[in-house]
Design a binder for this molecule. Sequence first.
Ligand code: GPU
Length: 814
Amino acid sequence: MGAPTYSVDGFVREFLHELNTNQGVTLSRSSVNDQYLALASTVKNYLMARWLETNRKTQDAKVKTIGYLSAEYLLGSQLNNALLASDLHDIAAEGLRQCGLSLPTLRAQEIEPGLGNGGLGRLAACFIDSLATMNVPCIGYGIRYEYGIFRQTFVDGRQVEQPDTWLALGAPWEFPHPEASVVVNFGGTTERYTDVDGEERCRWNPEWNVLAVPYNYMVPGYLNGRVNTLRLWSAVATKAFDLQIFNAGDYAQAVRAQTFAENISKVLYPEDSTPQGKELRLQQQYFFVAASLRDFINNELEEGFDLHNLSDRIIFQLNDTHPVIAVPELMRILIDEEGFEWEEAWEATRKCFAYTCHTLLPEALEVWSTELLGRLLPRHLELIYQINEHFLREVHETFPGDEIRARRMSLIVEDREQGVRMAHLAAVAATKINGVAALHSQLLRDKVLKDFADLWPDRFTNVTNGVTPRRFVRMANYKFADLLNDTLGSGWVTDLERLRELEPYAEDEDFKARFREVKAWNKRRLTGLLEARDGIALPEGHMLDVMVKRLHEYKRQSLKLLHIVSLYEQVLSGKIAAADVTPRTVLFGAKAAPGYRMAKDTIHLINKVAEVVNNDARLEGRLKVAFPANYNVTLAEKLIPAADLSEQISLAGMEASGTGNMKFALNGALTIGTDDGANVEIRQLVGDEHFFLFGMTEPEVADLGAAGYNPASYYESNENLRDALNLILSGHFSGGNRHLFDSVVLNLINQDRFMALADFQSYVDAQARVEERYADQEAWTRSAILNVARTGYFSSDRSMRDYLQRIWHTTPMI
Ligand code: GPU
């Protein structure tokens, strides 16, 4: 069959053909899953010629490719994106209708690939979307986890994790290539020897290995004919592995060995920003990185390519420190396998890597024990020690006699046990180091990596994060997209700064009415979804106040909760009349790392508060709390367009950037937020009048910390705050059990590392300003429109342009 034609008839023919030949069923006997899988195949067929053509052209052009190395890709649903990118949506909807089927029903059959935890993984997905759309050659490299981020359920208000079996009903978007598998080695010893030319060399004699099998995914650009590749690796046992044991006659042991190998890509570690130092995680990191380097060198370069010039053809972007082991791996390839001298190997290697840091939290910076590293990757540990020697020599030359500085900067930390600081390794190797928002990059230079910025100021730069307007506006909020198209034309989808042209419409009564109608429609859509999905009833006419992100103390879900409890307590105690409460539904979405006790206790508390508040008639239905389980990309796409208020309330200096904040603003929610991460830039762009700022600034936080922070003093001096905390301590939300939430409440009163109590009053005051604005719907709508008009900067297309100019030094293909 040739390329399928762009007509309803052509589509129907193709679809029925896929149903018959791929699923082996006729339409009348097909299940919804059959139909979904056939639809996916059909869409792939439409994209296929462009994918093959993209690969051919890119290889022929011999241009520089971006190798995005990321342990996480939080892709979200594939079907809708592929329909959009291929301009097939309307044809498919009509074709399916003619077959007696409905596109929304088939769409609901898809389980999103949740191969990431949160912001970092979602950012990677936005970036590869933008690169494809901008016609930039990019291969995304990562891991095909058999189980992605766990499915969250609530049992009696407590989080219970279920395995994410996203592959169970078929994986129509992937193309496995077992014939292109790569061997990845582990363990063993290193050995010095003299080669035929009399050179002293080193070799690694590994003890075991696994096969990395590539699974390719299409990454289609938006209506531009480009389809890039996402290559995710899956681990299987090598023949040698089990044969050896099998020959020894132990069949059971051989099968166990296979399981051991396949464990490597079995499951995504669910800790967000708090690495656990587990051996399997280091195996995962080396596994995908070693396979990716091998793959690029062997398959993307022509025979005989001179690896001295490798950086002409690839720049590997390190998505946080997770893939940093790629640095010694490339050194090993160049020195041990290609016979490079140290200096030439280092020069070639360094030019091939750039490093993005995504955090400021010290506990989020990965440190691998040298015991573990040396056991798993003995040659790499030697190379790291050598890199460190060369590096510390440079430090001593630049800062003679500054022994303390050299200790601070060393790649090796001598703690209870010796470890390798992966962020330092990344900083030493990378041509460029970037933070993910202006404030974050400044704090990286001034604090976290200050010594490195002193040594190499030019290596540091900023690229503020962004989000893809295709998924998060065009797809998620298509009613709004229609309004934008009617008003501005459709160019904004790939040129988001054009949203500026909306500014005059903030004064246009007709436009404002249509804008409000879109918001109302999105709320109705969400109401229907939550009813069906969770049995949650969203009341009509409420302000929808949304806080969705991973559950983490620094993000301060507990501060939002204190605001709710305080409002409720004030009604109970008669300090305010229920009639004076602005009708509001607070919606939470958050997963907690399974081992993070405080986060899980906070989820439990939110659910218990919701139960009581939602059923207390004294509130006259004016305050509701909703917490749908299992917040993911699919839910975000329904939730964000419906929101009125976006909660971005981390302690200043803690959230590197945030990207949810951008999605909400672009969908016409107003932000209540601290001066943190990208909030700073959002506020500067939209203007103070259209942003509800509260809380301490980062320097104020630092000063308070230095002066000695005493949360109990806020508890004692702020009556509303005390009454709210006391209401929890009284057992009001726990059936009289006074101690159920001690962990959360006593921690706030006594420790409160993230200073929620210090910012409480300021937060409450800002919420009063929110209510005032909301009471004036004309003014609110005006602010919301201006938020959209002024946040086009936060397109991930702009982020990619910044990377291209400041870091990658390459341009799109023409
Ligand atoms: N982030 Br480190 C994660 O999602 N996971 C991590 O392990 C680390 C950082 C987030 C930051 O918390 C968030 O502020 C940022 O917007 C996002 O990465 C993308 O840069």
